[in-house]
Design a protein around this ligand. Structure first.
Ligand SMILES: [Zn+2]
Ligand SMILES: [Zn+2]
Length: 147
């Protein structure tokens, strides 16, 4: 992780300082892997920061964030994108990790076979198209009730 941030030349000193202070680099320009806008907005929910694309409504979760967030019933509030639009973007495959790790792999949730999402095998971050996180979060709640 550190190597990646540091390799980005410009601002590397500032980023290095941010890593030491916060553990997480701040204000790193991220590009949406689906619609390629750089208009990613930082959304904070229960202290967890996720990046949501203001173009297509897709959401990037760093490793473990989606898991942590789905425990909050109201976490689906962050999924403000248009699910219909999300379906369109869902057909775009072979996207690159927005953290710069190359191609992501498609993961199918075995208990929710109709939902698949992209995961980076390097940083374990995941990408949900608009509406997918809602399905993901709700699906697991329903699964709990079945047992
Ligand atoms: Zn986008
Ligand atoms: Zn990655």
């Amino acid at each position: 992780m550190l190597e990646f941030w540091m390799s980005h030349g410009q601002n590397s000193e500032r980023l290095g300082a941010a890593i030491e202070r916060e553990g997480i680099p701040e204000e790193v320009q991220m590009e949406c892997p689906k619609c390629h806008t750089s208009e990613m907005e930082l959304v904070v929910f229960e202290g967890i920061e996720v990046d949501r694309c203001s173009g297509c409504g897709g959401i990037w979760f760093d490793a473990g964030e989606a898991e942590s967030l789905k425990q909050f019933k109201s976490a689906t509030e962050i999924d403000t994108g248009d699910a219909l639009e999300g379906l369109e973007y869902d057909s775009i495959e072979n996207i690159d990790c927005p953290r710069g790790h190359g191609k992501m792999k498609t993961v199918v949730n075995p208990s929710l076979w109709h939902i698949y999402f992209e995961m980076c095998s390097v940083c374990n971050g995941v990408w949900f198209d608009a509406g997918e996180f809602t399905d993901y979060a709700k699906g697991d709640v329903a699964a709990l009730f079945r047992t």
